[in-house]
Write a new protein. Structure first.
Length: 382
């Protein structure tokens, strides 16, 4: 009950001031305290885990989510208001985009989707299309609608609920199989073609060098004949644009991405926290953070009651225990491999209960590490 009251209280700060799409329950709201404008969505069919994940990673490729609350079998989302035009509006105004513009948008979409696909289990968007892509006034690309996203279940043979938009949806989205990462790649292929020609591939296939083959591979009716993942697709787009040779022009920001793809390194949820998404600033922060942990551990000293230095064995065992506890804390805070959801009450809707559960588990694990290292110390000293 207290959790419901808390949710009601948080939502009460947002007052409806306008309508975005009444049919789909999307409204403009204003926070009564900071007076800023936000967007409120009320969903009847949803996957809360997707929104919680997007909220937790804080990626610039998606609208920032401020509130994610379940109420009366609906999910209420409060997210940032984005100023800009949808890709659909841009194409309608201009007719078509250049190869460089199309490639840049496609690469950014690949990076955005890699964040969903690298989750365990993978999240599949299932509704990539120009009207769901927003280009802000600052030229930042955002995927503004993830209502159709679902988890990929390896043992399922087909989708239980059919989602997607005609002409962009892959055949498996109409009951011919289960959606997976290649489903989003199909839609990406259609989108690339529409950007280059203003038309669907079935009506007019693009003739641009390299992109024609990319579109044909993306939109193959058989999933096994498409790209296996967005990393492969992104690599081919970079080859077509010649970005591997570029280093000092507008594609300079993507240089790290191209080098990682050349080396065959792709986002992976099993990488250490900070390296899972291969976003450069997160990796630099992680290197500095792990370096600080190592420095803190190596400079830690143990002293006896009389003030003398403890024996090297005791000091080294204490250092190892300290470092393992630090590493465990990082794993727990960053939810490494979804470990928080596996804890007792990890899937509870009560945030306080989840926090207490995580704190208790952390304390027990820390004690276990200390006991283990004490045991190791006695064994080695014997």
């Amino acid at each position: 009950m207290s959790s419901e009251i808390e949710n009601e209280c948080r939502l009460s700060y947002f007052k409806v001031i306008g309508t975005v799409n009444e049919k789909h329950n999307v409204y403009y709201v204003q926070n009564v305290e900071d007076k800023k404008i936000y967007v409120k969505k009320t969903l009847s069919v949803y996957n809360k885990d997707v929104y919680e994940y997007i909220k937790s990673i804080g990626s610039a490729f998606y609208p920032k989510i401020y509130e994610c609350v379940e109420k009366d079998n609906h999910l209420i989302i409060i997210e940032e208001y984005i100023n800009g035009d949808t890709l659909e509006e841009i194409i309608r105004k201009r007719g078509m985009l250049s190869e460089k513009e199309t490639g840049d948008i496609a690469i950014r979409l690949c990076r955005a989707l890699s964040l969903l696909h690298s989750h365990v289990p993978a999240f599949i968007h299932r509704d990539i299309k120009p009207s769901n892509i927003m280009i802000t006034n600052d030229n930042i690309m955002k995927i503004i609608d993830i209502n159709s996203a679902k988890e990929f279940h390896e043992n399922s043979s087909e989708d239980t609920i059919l989602f997607g938009t005609k002409n962009y949806a892959a055949p498996e989205q109409f009951g011919f199989g289960q959606s997976d990462k290649r489903t989003d790649i199909y839609a990406l292929g259609v989108l690339i073609n529409v950007c280059l020609t203003g038309q669907l591939p079935k009506d007019k296939l693009c003739t641009s060098h390299g992109f024609r083959e990319i579109v044909k591979k993306c939109t193959n009716i058989e999933p096994q004949n498409r790209y296996n993942d967005v990393g492969e697709l992104m690599n081919d787009i970079m080859v077509v644009l010649g970005m591997r040779q570029q280093s000092g022009n507008q594609y300079k920001k993507s240089f790290l991405d191209s080098q990682l793809n050349i080396a065959g390194i792709k986002p992976n949820p099993r990488f250490l926290p900070g390296f899972r998404t291969l976003i450069w600033w997160k990796m630099i922060t992680a290197v500095l953070g792990y370096g600080f942990m190592v420095w803190l551990t190596m400079t830690m000293n143990m002293t006896e009651k009389d003030g003398s230095q403890s024996p090297p064995l005791e000091t080294n065992c204490a250092r190892i225990a300290f470092f393992l506890i630090l590493l465990m804390t990082v794993f727990l805070v960053t939810d490494y491999l979804g470990m928080r959801s596996r804890l007792p009450f990890g899937k509870s809707k009560n945030n306080l209960l989840k926090f207490i559960s995580a704190a208790v588990v952390w304390f027990i694990a820390a004690i276990a590490i200390i006991v283990l290292m004490v045991a190791v110390m006695f064994v080695l000293a014997a």
